[in-house]
Design a protein around this ligand. Structure first.
Ligand SMILES: Cc1cc2nc3c(=O)[nH]c(=O)nc-3n(C[C@H](O)[C@H](O)[C@H](O)COP(=O)(O)OP(=O)(O)OC[C@H]3O[C@@H](n4cnc5c(N)ncnc54)[C@H](O)[C@@H]3O)c2cc1C
Length: 408
């Protein structure tokens, strides 16, 4: 997506080979055409591209909200209580007050109802100041209303309190990401995180396809991996919001759920080779994030997570059979696609926890994707599993199965 301040994306068409987009430079008004093989539509919750494609959304739209940014000393009202976000009943139920900095800058979020004829134009600076005083409970509070968007004269910025997920994340060569395909309630601060995870999932897949290291089928795994995460995240942020808006505040179970949701979900798609009934441990299961472990590489401390990318990484346990090492140059996906690291050789494991953390034995092996998710693992590495690895890579990369064995 072109940067919105500089360029506006207009009509987009696609054919069998690529996408053609009409773009207007905002400063000069010059129009030009961009041709690309794929397009990522990260154009926000109003997503003109999603609308143009006719992709429907499923979920709830709860309220229209204005953001009022302001400066005021709330010290007396807070009476020493540290407040980052407050749920308030005035000027109307559902009002939120959030701190913008460590000093006197705040934002008040006030629901309004277009069905009753209310709109952003009603929020004049005088009305904004009155709403702030009502929310804080100090009738004579000294307050300065700030422009909602710096550099503009607009007093308020509007958004929609909503929880929905698009029914499709892809239409041909257009892949949608971020708020264009999911909007969740602000509780938990999960919206941007979920969008960033979308493109983290998509970037290596697009790169592999564009560089000819993967078949276009790899892109078919984007939606099955990411849409369920958005649906779960929407459900959790709704639960958090209900708990926070109620008397009891956030409960511990919801907090654990949020952490698990951010980091603990498991993908189930063609880009993962699920374990069979082989007694492997839960941690390190294919489709989950490879766990963090303190390791040492080239004499320097590192996290195991630092080992991953830009290609696939095969980690071999300290007791794995060295005579069955795969040859990267014969790897199905071409040169440089697979880095082989042996625990105890290229990488040291001072805590001795690598095998347990990955749910395999010390002679096991784990294959990790460029985005740090486990693809495949085996409890014991031997020449037969080296061939299995080539098959797994071919499947994940949507390539024809290799005719050459990977062992040497
Ligand atoms: C009150 C509130 C609090 C939040 N707090 C958090 C939080 O604590 N943590 C968190 O993770 N998330 C939070 N979020 C959610 C987060 O802000 C969004 O999920 C995130 O900004 C979405 O990013 P995005 O890039 O998908 O879309 P956007 O940020 O909306 O960006 C889309 C961009 O595309 C541009 N665009 C649209 N159409 C065109 C076009 N035709 N041509 C060119 N450009 C175009 C837009 O101008 C915009 O710049 C919060 C949201 C709200 C409303």
């Amino acid at each position: 997506m072109a940067r919105s301040r500089r360029a506006k994306l207009g009509e987009v068409t696609q054919d069998a080979d690529g996408v053609t987009a009409s773009v207007t430079d905002r400063a000069s008004g010059r129009r030009y055409t961009v041709r690309a093989r794929y397009l990522i539509a990260a154009d926000g919750h109003r997503s003109p591209l999603r609308l143009a494609l006719g992709i429907r959304t499923r979920g709830r739209r709860l309220a229209h909200v204005v953001n009022i940014a302001f400066e005021a000393n709330l010290g007396a009202a807070l009476r020493g209580r540290p407040v980052g976000l407050a749920y308030l009943a005035r000027p109307v139920p559902g009002t939120l007050l959030a701190r913008l900095d460590g000093a006197d800058r705040w934002v008040l979020m006030v629901p309004y109802d277009p069905e009753r004829g209310e709109g952003p134009a009603d929020f004049t600076p005088e009305r904004c100041a009155a709403d702030i005083r009502a929310a804080v409970g100090v009738p004579d509070l000294a307050v300065r209303v700030l422009p909602a968007v710096p550099g503009t004269g607009r007093a308020v910025h509007t958004w929609e309190l909503a929880s929905w997920v698009a029914e499709e994340y892809r239409r041909g060569r257009i892949l949608l990401a971020g708020d264009a395909v999911h909007v969740m309630l602000p509780s938990g601060g999960l919206g941007a995180n979920t969008g960033i995870q979308d493109v983290h999932n998509l970037a290596w897949k697009l790169a592999a396809v564009l560089q000819g290291r993967a078949g276009a089928g790899l892109l078919d795994t984007y939606e099955p991996e990411r849409r369920p995460v958005a649906e779960l995240t929407c459900a959790l942020s709704t639960r958090l919001q209900e708990e926070r808006a109620g008397a009891g505040g956030e409960d511990a179970a919801a907090r654990v759920g949020r952490l698990a949701l951010g980091l603990g979900y498991r993908y189930d798609s063609e880009a993962v080779v699920a374990d069979g009934e082989d007694g492997l441990g839960e941690s390190g299961r294919p489709g989950t994030r490879a766990p963090h472990l303190d390791l040492v590489r080239d004499g320097r401390a590192c996290s195991s997570i630092d080992l991953y990318g830009p290609g696939f990484t095969l980690l071999l346990g300290p007791a794995a059979a060295a005579d069955a090492l795969p040859a990267p140059d014969r790897c199905v996906a071409g040169d440089g696609c697979l880095e082989v690291l042996r625990i105890g050789r290229e990488v040291a494991d001072p805590s001795g926890r690598w095998a347990a953390a990955h749910g395999v034995g010390s002679s096991g092996a784990v294959l990790v994707r460029p985005d740090g998710f486990v693809v495949w693992r085996t409890p014991v590495w031997h020449p037969g599993t080296a061939r299995e690895l080539s098959g797994a890579l071919a499947r994940v990369l949507a390539l024809p199965r290799p005719s050459v064995a990977a062992g040497r």
